[in-house]
Design a protein around this ligand. Structure first.
Ligand code: F6P
Length: 479
């Protein structure tokens, strides 16, 4: 590729599905970062010679469009000021805590809002530039909520979809935002606005009625210009079959055995895997585990906790505070309760390749996923996908979107420490039959609703929104 691109399908996301890496000869190159989103959209992107617009991270300028593994990628640049204002500021210190039930206090700064608008406009202009006549543009997530309206203004011929990967808050919280009306109007530029859960779609429609004053009926918003916008739920999922294959490869099976051996062959392994984010409830879950050890209900000879905390958004103050708090807590628990060669918690502040994650999921007897609020939580689904023997217990927060589908998990309220301790113990002590019954049911759910089905249902309904523009896309070649 790819100067003068003219694509029938354009994906717009804050990030590109590749990382910038240093090659052995010292030059810079790209490495695919295998996320669920790219796996899902790749077939339809290929069939339509689609392009993906996104930021590769960093401040590097003059990056040209390029092709990677057959995908056409268009890198966007951000200045240091824009990273601070748009990404770290408005996206991750204003919207992120506001949309996650105010787990942390959102900061409202006018200069962050300016940067957010500026970056959204640049993304919209780029999409307008590369989209063919009547193309479909699929915009992703909270960093780009103004793009749909900006893009529609530039290119009324396009079909525009928007998908929010994180929760959409109730009106009572959303209305704190000084720029609430502009964000709602930004989203209304789309023909279809997708959310993880139907409650979020309802929050949105209610806010549009109250704050923008448009007529609504069920999941439809009627705009004065005659356009209709649909708001509905499309719970995202994972590449279940891909993970199931991976977890059974020789390398992963061997690595899992090595991990258990290295842990000193404990009776049960507890596992937590999260980005190091204050919404994830890592502190509370480790505290609950620590108290069970202190009270003698668990013993370091029998039970060990592995917590993988993937470094994330490290320039944002709340994330730095959290890191210090977790460091201190883990130090205290291990100092008080560990023994030589047997720390209570194995704390890994790092990210790992897919193979290593699959080996960890294979090793874990109890998976602990306890966010205070989470759009979906794909870790919970990945764990289930990896349990090919129908064993393994999942302890899951009621406040993760995944809890709407994974009803057979041990569901917990992460604010209730005693309740969480009890659930950890119940999952630890559950008999094999009970664990298998629950896991079988969850695996059935995961297999029926994988990420390909998610992408297909969104794209199909986007094509069908009444009164929307744009031409029909070609289906993936291999379907
Ligand atoms: O869950 C929202 C999300 O933006 C994901 O799309 C992404 O993988 C994750 O958070 C990490 O985000 P960031 O781009 O801030 O590293």
């Amino acid at each position: 590729m790819v100067k003068n691109v003219s694509a029938d399908l354009v994906v717009v996301a804050n990030r590109l599905p590749v990382d910038r890496v240093e090659l052995p000869d010292g030059s810079k190159g790209w490495r695919t970062s295998p996320g669920g989103l790219v796996t899902a959209i790749e077939p339809v992107l290929r069939a339509n010679e689609g392009v993906w617009i996104g930021w590769p991270g960093g401040t590097e300028e003059h990056l040209e469009p390029f092709e990677q593994d057959g995908l056409h990628l268009v890198p966007m640049t951000m200045s240091q000021d824009e990273i601070e204002g748009h990404y770290e500021g408005f996206s991750n210190a204003t919207l992120w805590p506001l949309y996650h039930d105010l787990v942390a206090k959102p900061a409202f700064h006018r200069e962050w809002w300016e940067a957010y608008q500026r970056v959204n406009r640049r993304f919209a202009e780029k999409a307008a530039e590369v989209a063919a006549e009547g193309a479909t543009v699929w915009v992703h997530d909270y960093q780009l909520q103004l793009v749909p309206a900006m893009l529609r203004e530039l290119r009324p011929d396009l079909k525009i979809g928007f998908y929010l990967h994180i929760p959409f808050p109730p009106a009572e919280l959303f209305q704190q935002l000084p720029w609430r009306r502009q964000l709602l109007e930004g989203l209304l530029g789309a023909d279809l606005v997708g959310f993880q859960l139907s409650g979020a779609a309802q929050n949105f429609v209610r806010l549009v009625r109250q704050r923008v004053g448009h007529k609504t009926h069920r999941d439809l918003v009627y705009l004065p210009d005659g356009r209709t916008v649909r708001a509905a739920a499309y719970p995202i999922s994972i590449d279940a079959a891909g993970l199931e294959d991976l977890v059974q490869t020789e390398g992963v099976v061997k690595r899992s055995a090595e991990i258990r051996e290295a842990l000193g062959r404990p009776r049960k392994v507890f596992l937590g895997v999260d980005r190091l984010d204050y919404t994830k409830g890592i502190y509370a879950r480790l505290r609950a585990f620590g108290e069970l050890l202190t009270e003698g209900k668990l013993d370091v000879d029998d039970a060990v906790f592995i917590q993988v905390a993937v470094p994330s958004r490290e320039q944002v103050e709340q994330y730095r505070i959290l890191r210090d708090e977790i460091d201190r807590l883990v130090g205290r628990i291990n100092g008080d309760l560990g023994e030589i060669g047997r720390p209570a918690i194995h704390y890994l502040h790092s990210s790992y390749p897919r193979e290593e994650m699959a080996a960890l999921y294979r090793t874990a007897d109890v998976m602990v996923v306890t966010p205070y609020r989470d759009g979906m939580n794909l870790v919970a689904k990945e764990y289930v996908a990896c349990r090919c023997q129908d064993d393994g217990a999942l302890v899951l927060s009621e406040f993760a979107g995944a809890a709407e589908e994974l009803r057979q998990a041990w569901l917990v309220n992460p604010y209730d420490l005693n309740g969480m301790k009890q659930a950890l113990l119940d999952a630890y002590r559950a008999d094999e039959k009970e664990v298998t019954r629950r896991m079988k049911a969850m695996r059935k759910t995961i297999k029926q609703h994988d990420v390909a089905a998610w992408a297909a249902s969104f794209m199909t309904e986007l094509a069908d929104v009444p009164g929307s523009h744009g031409k029909t896309l070609r289906p993936p070649r291999d379907s």
